[in-house]
Write a protein of this length. Structure first.
Length: 254
């Protein structure tokens, strides 16, 4: 504890203060959807505020100081593991996971630092993939570790978190998904929805089912995102027939 003299912070003249940031156009996760019989949220038309989605990124980690791509790979810290979806029953042990931090460009045109948990055997490759996306200035809205309570929250249909490890079964199945082993990554899921029959996930992303309307953050066959993941041998769910899982990149084929 400092024992030196203290001083009050200088007052900033009212005329030189920065204006308060505008209220967000949309508050993600604020409004639960009515449920369908299958337990998913009701698929509704995309709200106008999300039809050309460009929400600012909230920084959880300090952005890269020099604006250049930076990445770290480390064992998953206890505090991070505790706020993740990992549990002893998961199909991968904590020693086989790695915690990544990686730079990315937000929809706000600014560089940010994201976090991700992946399988240890793909950690270095994943950082290279996101280095390519950073170099191409491909926009990502959010990149953070999914928390266990999120799995039980009522659906709001508006999430757009780019994430990897999520310890849950595959959709509508009892078998583990590739995410549960840290071997799959979903990229901008709202901009690149999962579609099967009349189900769209996230449920408010219907406007992005139309791939003829090209907007920032979308993934297309042969683009920089598909090429980057393809360079490390990962497959793309957007090439599947049913479901069509445009957000999904996987090392396992599932």
């Amino acid at each position: 504890m400092s024992s030196g003299p203290t001083s009050s912070p200088a007052r900033v003249p009212a005329s030189s203060r920065l204006p308060d940031p505008p209220a967000p156009a949309w508050v993600v996760g604020a409004t639960p959807l009515p449920l369908r019989p299958d337990g998913f949220g009701k698929v509704l038309p995309t709200p106008p505020a999300l039809a050309e989605r460009s929400l600012p990124t909230r920084d959880l980690l300090p952005p890269p100081a020099d604006g250049r791509y930076a990445a770290t790979v480390s064992p998953v810290p206890d505090a991070v593991l505790a706020r993740s979806t990992w549990q002893p029953r998961c199909p991968v042990g904590r020693a086989d996971l790695r915690y990544l931090t990686m730079s990315f460009w937000g929809f706000d045109g600014r560089p940010h630092t994201g976090e991700m948990i992946v399988n240890a055997r793909v950690a270095d490759e994943v950082t290279r993939v996101f280095g390519q996306l950073f170099a191409a200035r491909f926009p990502i809205e959010e990149m953070r570790v999914t928390a266990l309570p999120e799995l039980d929250l009522p659906p709001t249909g508006d999430g757009n978190n780019t994430t990897a490890f999520v310890c849950r079964p595959a959709r509508n199945l009892t078998t583990w998904s590739a995410h549960a082993s840290g071997l799959a990554i979903d990229v901008n899921p709202f901009c690149n929805p999962y579609v099967k029959g009349n189900l769209v996930l996230p449920e408010l992303a219907s406007a992005y089912v139309d791939r003829a309307r090209r907007r920032p953050g979308m993934v297309f066959a042969g683009d920089v995102v598909v090429r980057a993941f393809g360079s490390i041998g990962w497959g793309w769910g957007g090439a599947w027939t049913s479901p069509v899982d445009i957000q999904h990149f996987t090392a396992t084929g599932r």
